[in-house]
Design a protein around this ligand. Structure first.
Ligand SMILES: Nc1nc2c(ncn2[C@@H]2O[C@H](COP(=O)(O)OP(=O)(O)OP(=O)(O)O)[C@@H](O)[C@H]2O)c(=O)[nH]1
Ligand SMILES: [Mg+2]
Length: 233
């Protein structure tokens, strides 16, 4: 059986973490919680759950630096622990735990990187206002246009990497912190010739906890996309 590790970054997700880990339990995956010293005590909850659930481990980091650095630390740990597939997923139920097997299956059937996608037939968003939908769709459109790639959902954070992809990328060179991180990872994988496949998903707005989306994260992506096009080959 190939090993799959879900990297699950958390920052103030105390309302969601336990429910999420229990929802992932039936899927036969390993889960690595990456907590950036959440002030709400999510890290402690994660430790308690890891003692009870043998498929869970926890990576504690000192401070919040954004999604990018948290994921990179998680990827390094997952690779060192021998994962064949490494997944990214939010801990706020925007990504449905029931979709995890479909992402892994896409890689088992030949994709190097499977992307949970809102913008292919069968995909979509639930409970998102017009503004959020417009920003998200517009962001993917902007990135697709400037980067010249055919992927329709470039900013999503529900994905499955084949181990070889993460081994081939120079993780030290990846500087993005927020949404740009998602765009950068996918673009760099495509530049190396890896096969990317979009898997339709429905993305639901979080009902518990608060969003960490910010103007800085948005602006980083706007600036980073043309830079990626100019510097990454
Ligand atoms: N470790 C860590 N996790 C983070 C950080 N920022 C966000 N996260 C987690 O990453 C996931 C996605 O963050 P969200 O706050 O939902 O942001 P988002 O999904 O981009 O925005 P929304 O759609 O508005 O929720 C959640 O599980 C967060 O707890 C961070 O700096 N460090
Ligand atoms: Mg979210």
């Amino acid at each position: 059986m190939p090993e799959a590790t879900i990297c699950l970054p958390t920052y103030n997700e105390r309302e969601n973490l336990e429910k999420m880990l229990r929802a992932l339990a039936p899927h036969g995956v390993h889960v690595l919680v990456i907590d950036d010293n959440s002030p709400d005590g999510t890290g402690q909850i994660a430790d308690d759950l890891a003692r009870e659930l043998d498929f869970v481990s926890v990576l504690h980091r000192d401070k919040k630096e954004g999604l990018g650095p948290a994921y990179l630390a998680g990827f390094r740990r997952a690779l060192a622990d021998g994962a064949d597939y490494v997944l990214e997923m939010d801990c706020d139920f925007s990504h449905d735990p029931a979709d995890v097997p479909r992402l892994i299956a896409a890689c088992e059937e030949g994709a190097d990187l499977a992307l949970g996608s809102r913008y292919v037939p069968g995909g979509g968003t639930r409970n998102w206002g017009l503004l959020r939908r417009a920003i998200s769709w517009g962001g993917s459109f902007y990135a697709r246009l400037l980067l010249g790639v055919r992927v329709r959902d470039l900013t999503g954070g529900f994905k499955c990497f084949r181990r070889a992809v993460l081994e081939a990328l120079d993780l030290d060179a990846i500087g993005s912190k927020g949404y740009a991180f998602q765009i950068e990872m996918t673009y760099r994988a495509m530049c190396k010739g890896f096969r990317v496949q979009e898997v339709p998903i429905t993305f639901a707005d979080r009902t518990e906890g608060t969003s960490k989306m910010s103007k800085t994260i948005f602006l980083e992506a706007v600036v980073k996309v043309p830079l990626l096009r100019m510097t990454v080959r």
